[in-house]
Design a protein around this ligand. Structure first.
Ligand code: AMP
Ligand code: AMP
Length: 336
């Protein structure tokens, strides 16, 4: 019997299921009732199972096991099932859950990226040490809505007081002035090769909207920036920056193998970076699964076009890896 590739209907599910279909898999979407009619529009989805709420996901597991389902996780899994809920999934799951646990812990993630020699924004543990522009991030803030920027120590103290934020509930990070660039990678444990799948930047509300009104008005309306993602733009980098992009990805993968031996990080991942005027990448975060910015490249990106003969989305790349693993009897190497 053929394997079925399944995912929760949201985030990058259209790309994942389209890619799976292109590689010859049966496809399945798990959708909440209100989303079923939307997902029915897409003929590459063979079956849609509707549920009342995401918490009912686990009730489906026996039914899904009979269909030889391989779950491909994306950003909605943590957003809707929670960190623990995601771990609880007992189905064949594409990716390394142990790496996701490290990603989910800010300090562990910081040490990982530091060990990989990436430039990271400085973290201030005491307000008194702050000597530059900083961004303050509330722990667990979704979509950057619990963030603010302070121009110096005095401003920071004022704002912390104003918002009545509780110590230890936030981190104070150096604000990097530069261009946000999101690097989408894929590491294949089968070929042991790192691929650059695409690069994007986000379109965020309201930080990208504030610049559309004159600065005197910006001050009058006294709004503060939020970072809720609304969409993504494609970017290609200066070619001379690309060697660094590969070097960073390879180091991150190498260190991950020490953190979680022997497999480490594999499949799609993304380094969220800011590139400064002196062409340095500062990494603000790593995401260890498919990011929604890859939706730009359902037809492939300028980078995948250099290595693949056919249009290769990240979703399709995942299916290709699963197909190869099945053929070589190595599914255990890419599922958890
Ligand atoms: P959604 O399923 O669209 O509600 O998104 C689930 C999670 O993925 C949320 O945490 C979103 O912030 C994140 N997300 C969704 N779309 C994007 C995007 N285009 N870029 C970055 N993050 C996204
Ligand atoms: P995050 O929730 O960490 O993905 O951050 C949301 C947005 O805030 C990013 O897309 C960046 O535009 C911005 N941001 C976060 N951290 C920094 C930083 N240290 N310096 C500059 N911008 C940042």
């Amino acid at each position: 019997m053929k394997y079925t590739i399944a995912t929760i209907a949201s985030h990058s599910s259209l790309q994942i299921l389209k890619g799976a279909k292109d590689e010859g898999f049966t496809t399945l979407a798990i959708a909440t009732n209100d989303k079923v009619s939307f997902y029915k529009r897409f003929k590459f989805i063979d079956e849609i199972i509707s549920i009342d709420s995401y918490s009912r996901f686990y009730d489906l597991e026996n039914q899904l096991k009979k269909k030889k389902v391989i779950i491909v996780p994306h950003g909605s899994f943590v957003a809707y099932l929670g960190k623990e809920g995601d771990k609880k999934i007992s189905l064949s799951y594409f990716g390394n859950k142990k790496i996701l646990a490290i990603e989910g812990d800010r300090m562990k993630q910081y040490r990982w990226l530091k060990d990989a020699n990436l430039n990271l924004p400085k973290i201030f543990t005491h307000v008194e040490e702050v000597d530059r522009v900083v961004i303050v991030k509330l722990h667990g803030a979704m979509g950057g809505s619990g963030y603010f920027i302070a121009k110096n120590q005095t401003d920071l103290k004022l704002k912390l007081k104003k918002y009545n934020w509780i110590k230890n509930d936030y981190i104070i990070q150096e604000y990097i002035i530069g261009v946000p660039v999101y690097l989408q990678y894929f590491y294949s444990p089968l070929s042991k090769n790192l691929e650059l799948m695409g690069i994007d930047r986000r379109y965020e509300s309201n930080v990208d909207g504030i610049g559309r009104i004159p600065s005197n008005m910006q001050q009058e309306i006294n709004t503060s920036p939020s970072y809720t993602v609304i969409g993504n733009f494609p970017i290609v980098l200066r070619e001379s920056l690309l060697p660094k992009v590969y070097e960073m990805g390879e180091k991150v993968v190498a260190v991950s193998k020490r953190l979680v031996p022997p497999d480490g990080l594999y499949g799609p991942f993304c380094l969220e970076t800011i590139v400064t005027a002196d062409q340095q990448f500062y990494c603000i975060e790593i995401s260890c699964r498919i990011v929604a910015g890859t939706n730009l490249y359902i037809l492939g990106s300028p980078y995948t076009d250099l290595t693949f003969k056919e249009p290769m989305s990240t979703g399709r790349r995942i299916a290709l890896e699963i197909k190869r693993a099945i053929r070589e009897d190595k599914l255990h190497l890419i599922t958890d």
